[in-house]
Each structure stands twice: as structure tokens, then as C-alpha cells.
Design a protein around this ligand. Structure first.
Ligand code: PLP
Length: 217
């Protein structure tokens, strides 16, 4: 089942788009089904779950952290993650930078843009992101790889598309303003319900859970 669902998703990916298989709440056995079907990039959103799964999965798995990260949990995430997609505040950015510098590491990160209407969702505003990238060279412990966003959870495709257009436009203008940031080339938008729309709007990373692994219990 999982292998077939994965194949269905993979077959719809546009060229150059990276699929992050979001395995949160799913077991290592389920993840191994996807692994054996060829999937290598997995996404987790809880530090504890990530740190427990890492030693149980093959060492060539590439882990993306995609959830809210508290600064007292960095030690459960930064040793394992190839990318933290969900850097959503200056406080977290500084903490990740400091943690990595102290260990001679450089972490690939995406800045999460606050998209959509939901008040509870975190993330930077456009102007905050502009400000961060203007001081990008201050952050020696992180590599700015692009933007991440989550659209409003709605079946109204026009709303979702408009939000993806907004983040894609910001992404394009930042790339133009910062040609020196050569790694700044990833736009992580799109989940199970909207990744096809996201790819039409320029996504380079899609984060798909339910469409691969089924409902989370
Ligand atoms: C859970 C989650 C996803 C995957 O959601 P699905 O609808 O199951 O595909 C993607 N991105 C983030 C940040 C998530 O927390």
C-alpha cells in the first residue's frame, strides 16, 4: 500500500522537485516500506520522535525537520537533521546559529513565512525575512537555503493558490536581491492536499505525509 501510494506521488512530481515523505506519527516499519520503495528523504515535526527514529532507520536517510522547534530541544534535532525547514523566529534562528557555531557546524535552513489567515501559525513576516537576509553574513552557523510555507487549510483552491503565489513572489525577489546567497534556491510549499498546486506555483520541495502513509492515528 505505502509503496504504491509513494509511487503515485512520485509519478506526479515535476522535474527537480524533492519529495519529503512526512512520517510523523507513523512507525519505523511503515517508513521502511517507503525506504525499500526508494524513498530517502523523510520529514519529522517532533524532536523526540525524530531522535528515536534516527538510530532505527538506515544511515543514508536524509532527515528534514519540519515542526515548531523550541530552543531547549536543539540537541534532539540538529545532530541528525540535514535541513531545518521550519525556522520561524529570530529567537530560534539565533539559537540554531549559536549551537552550530559552537560545534563547527553549518546547518541548512529554510525561513518559514507566515502564510494564510490562521492566527496560531507562526512564521516570519515578509519584512522580517528581508531584514534577516540583509544580515545573512552575521549567521555563520546556518546556510540560508530558501523559504517554507504552509497554506491555509481550506478546500478553496483559489485561496491556496494566492498564498503560494505570494510566497513564490517573495522568494523570487529575495533571490534577485541576494545573488551572493548561492544556496538560496529552495521553495518548500505543498502538502498532500495541495502539492500539485504548489508545483504549478514553483515549489522545489513538497512535504507529503497522508497521501503516502495514510491518515495519522
Ligand atoms: C504534517 C505536515 C505535513 C504533511 O501533511 P499531509 O497533509 O499529511 O501531507 C507537511 N508539512 C508540515 C509542516 C507538516 O507538519
Amino acid at each position: 500500500m505505502i509503496a504504491e501510494h509513494l509511487q503515485d506521488v512520485v509519478s506526479t512530481l515535476r522535474e527537480g522537485v524533492t519529495l519529503v515523505a512526512v512520517s510523523k506519527f507513523h512507525s519505523v516499519e511503515e517508513m521502511m516500506e517507503a525506504y525499500r520503495a526508494g524513498q530517502r528523504v523523510f520529514g519529522e515535526n517532533r524532536p523526540q520522535e525524530l531522535s528515536v527514529k534516527v538510530p532505527q532507520m538506515p544511515s543514508d536517510v536524509v532527515w528534514h525537520f519540519i515542526g515548531h522547534l523550541q530552543t531547549n530541544k536543539l540537541g534532539k534535532v540538529l545532530p541528525y537533521a540535514s535541513m531545518v525547514e521550519s525556522v520561524d523566529s529570530l529567537h530560534l534562528l539565533s539559537a540554531v546559529d549559536t549551537w552550530c557555531r559552537a560545534r563547527g557546524k553549518v546547518m541548512d535552513i529554510l525561513l518559514e513565512l507566515h502564510l494564510g489567515a490562521e492566527e496560531t501559525k507562526g512564521g516570519f513576516s515578509d519584512s522580517e525575512i528581508v531584514g534577516v537576509l540583509d544580515r545573512a553574513s552575521d549567521y555563520l552557523g546556518v546556510r540560508f537555503c530558501g523559504l517554507m510555507g504552509m497554506a491555509t487549510n481550506t478546500s478553496d483552491e483559489q485561496v491556496v493558490r494566492a498564498e503560494f503565489r505570494r510566497i513564490a513572489a517573495l522568494f523570487a525577489s529575495l533571490r534577485e536581491a541576494h545573488p551572493e546567497l548561492s544556496a538560496f534556491r529552495e521553495l518548500s510549499i505543498g502538502m498532500s492536499g495541495d502539492y500539485r498546486i504548489a508545483m504549478e506555483e514553483g515549489s522545489t520541495i513538497v512535504r507529503v505525509g497522508t497521501a503516502i502513509f495514510g491518515e495519522r492515528l
